[in-house]
Ligand binder design. Structure first.
Ligand SMILES: Cc1cc2nc3c(=O)[nH]c(=O)nc-3n(C[C@H](O)[C@H](O)[C@H](O)COP(=O)(O)OP(=O)(O)OC[C@H]3O[C@@H](n4cnc5c(N)ncnc54)[C@H](O)[C@@H]3O)c2cc1C
Length: 354
């Protein structure tokens, strides 16, 4: 019999970060994970960006979340002796004079000034993109190279002897009053960090998920830059190439790249960039998103020894360190969870189906 404090299912971005933070807090853990190419974390670009969307608004909870991002991932680089964090500015060209005027004023406001490095009135990157009206340069941004992050965290967990490569069979879970039994593992708590696959999980199938497929391209332009360009699509330097993304599709939830996805990306790309390119790769993934665009975190309404850390949607890289920390404090110190992420907000759905 193996006894642990917490058994985690899944070692994507969510499971990796939560597992590490639980270990830091002194918990004995075990991770059961199936390594596969078709996961959201492995498909993702890994960008973190404080000001997002068509209307360019500060991302939800940015002031709480962003101070922690680079510090946290740097710490993980330290324990794994691997580089996967790449801070990079994000440049967004203006499309109208009105937009330029609006941002020239907005940039100086206390709410935005930490995130804006510069507002340019004239073209800066004409050899790469169309930016005749100038643009806005964001800071506290960049990307996490997720495949490298996941592989090196897995090596770390294996070295700590807390990792088990296996498919977790949810039908074999035996909830007990003071814990959970799974095969020869006895855990005080079981936490599912199983991403979009988890929406079929029999303990949490009642949560209102809204998975969304995304497609990405890798392109070669022959030109190097150290800035992410973003308008309609993002074009992110990756080695001597660029990653371009991403699409949003709620209907087709397969991991197969499509002609429609590629055409959508290429049309947007051609509106943004000013240089010839060649597509060298094309792939897809499914984001574990939710109906209200907030994560699913907390304990099962009936089985209080079983929990979930999921629903990180389109912004896993920025949300995960902060909310994993909040979940650890909730589990170990009974501190409250943010009501917007606590799955208690959907308890009525559980009672409706049970
Ligand atoms: C195309 C695309 C682009 C994206 N771009 C960005 C971006 O730029 N920035 C950003 O922050 N986010 C981005 N995302 C979203 C990001 O990928 C997610 O928010 C995050 O990676 C989700 O991580 P996760 O650990 O919850 O899920 P996953 O990555 O799906 O990990 C779940 C893990 O659990 C394992 N698992 C599941 N069930 C079982 C089982 N029964 N037994 C054993 N193991 C199991 C899986 O194999 C996997 O290893 C993007 C996603 C896509 C698809």
């Amino acid at each position: 019999m193996v006894k642990v404090d917490i058994l985690l299912v899944g070692q994507g971005l969510a499971g990796s970060v939560l597992a590490y933070q639980l270990m830091q807090a002194g918990c004995q853990i075990r991770i059961i994970n199936q390594t596969k190419a078709e996961t959201s974390s492995r498909a993702a670009a890994g960008l973190y960006n404080p000001i997002t969307g068509r209307k360019m608004v500060k991302t939800w909870q940015a002031d709480a979340i962003f101070p922690m991002i680079e510090l946290f991932y740097r710490q993980l680089e330290g324990i794994t002796y691997t580089k996967f964090l790449h801070p990079l500015p994000i440049y967004r060209p203006f499309v109208s004079n009105a937009e330029r005027t609006e941002w020239s004023t907005q940039a100086a406001q206390p709410a935005y000034q930490h995130y804006i490095a510069e507002v340019y009135q004239q073209s800066q990157y004409g050899e790469f993109i169309h930016d005749s009206l100038g643009g806005i340069m964001l800071q506290q941004s960049g990307y996490l190279d997720l495949p490298i992050f996941l592989d090196s965290m897995q090596q770390y967990f294996r070295a700590q002897r807390v990792y088990q490569e296996d498919i977790f069979d949810v039908t074999q879970v035996r909830p007990k009053k003071t814990g959970v039994q799974y095969g020869d593992i006895r855990a005080q708590r079981l936490i599912f960090c199983d991403g979009a696959d988890g929406y079929r999980n029999s303990f949490f199938h009642w949560l209102p998920d809204r998975p969304v497929k995304g497609e990405m391209l890798m392109i070669d332009t022959g030109k190097k830059s150290n800035i992410v360009f973003n308008r309609g699509v993002f074009i992110m330097p990756f080695g001597d190439k660029y990653k371009v993304g991403a699409t949003y599709d709620h209907q087709d939830l397969s991991f197969s790249p499509t002609t429609k996805g590629r055409t959508t990306l290429e049309e947007k790309l051609e509106r943004l960039i000013n240089m010839p390119y060649q597509v060298v790769d094309h792939w897809a993934g499914v984001r574990p998103a939710t109906s209200d665009r907030r994560p699913f975190i907390g304990l099962h309404p009936y089985h209080q020894t079983i929990g979930i850390f999921n629903g990180l949607g389109t912004k896993g890289v920025s949300l995960t360190p902060y909310f994993a920390n909040q979940f650890v404090e909730f589990l170990l110190e009974q501190k409250p969870l943010d009501e917007e992420v606590n799955i208690q907000r959907f308890e009525r759905y559980y009672h409706a189906v049970s």
